[in-house]
Design a protein around this ligand. Sequence first.
Ligand code: AP5
Length: 224
Amino acid sequence: MRVILFGTPGVGKGTQAKILAEKYHVVHLSTGDMLRAALEAQTPLGLQAKTYMDKGELVPDAVIIGMIEQVLKSDKAKNGYLLDGFPRTVAQAEALDKILEQTAQKLDRVINLTVLEEEVVRRLSGRITCANCGAIYNKFYQPPKVEGKCDKCGSTDLRQREDDKEETVRRRLKEYHAKTEPVLAYYRAKNLVADVDANKTIEEVTKAIEALTLKRQAEPYSHG
Ligand code: AP5
C-alpha cells in the first residue's frame, strides 16, 4: 500500500494514518512529525523549520524533499507507506514522482479528506497529543479514558501543539489553499484522487478509506 493522505490541517490525516499503519503494517510517514522530532532534538533542521512552523507557513521545499527522500529510499519504506503532510506543493509532488521512478514504485491512491473549515478550527483547538508515543486525542471528540493520561503508553505528558492557536490555524489554512490545493489538480490529472467526506466519525472515515484503497489495489493501475 502506497497511499497519500491529503487534506487541510486538522482534517484527520494523522489520526487515520496511525489507525491504518497499525492495521496494515505499513509505515506512517508524517513530515510534520519528522520536523517536530528534529525540533525536540534541537537539530539545525528542526531549528530552521521552527521559524516557519510557528508562523503557520510551509517549510522550504528543499528542506522537506531532502528529509523525506532519505526515508522513502530506505528499507523502512520498502513494504509500503502512508504519507501524511507530504507532498504539499507541486514541486514536492514532482520530487516524489522522481523518487518513485528511481525506486520502481507506484502510488496506489491519493485520499483527499474533506471537512468544513469551521470544524477544522474546532478540531485543532481541542487536539492533544502524547509527547511520548504520538497518540492523538481530542478534548471534545476523543478524550483519553483518564484525563491527562495517554491510553496507549500511560504517559502524562499530553500537549497542545504551538501552531494550533486559532490565528496560526487560519494562516495554515491560507497556506493550504494557496500552495497545497494545486497538488490535488496534479494528482487528479493522473486519475489517482479519491475524495472522502471526513465530517463523519473517525471509524466511518477509516472504513471509507479502506474501501477505496483496497478496491484500488485490486484494480489494474492506470495513470488515467
Ligand atoms: P503537520 O504536522 O503536517 O500539520 P497539518 O497538515 O497542518 O495537519 P495536522 O497534523 O494539523 O492535522 P491532521 O490532518 O493530521 O489531523 P489530526 O489527525 O491530528 O504540519 C505542521 C507544520 O509543519 C506545517 O504548518 C508546516 O510548517 C510544516 N510542514 C509539514 N510538512 C510539510 C511539507 N511537506 N512541506 C512544507 N512544510 C511542512 O486530527 C486533528 C484533531 O481532530 C485531533 O484532535 C483528532 O483527534 C480530531 N479528529 C480527527 N478525525 C476526527 C473525526 N473524524 N471526528 C472528530 N474529530 C476528529
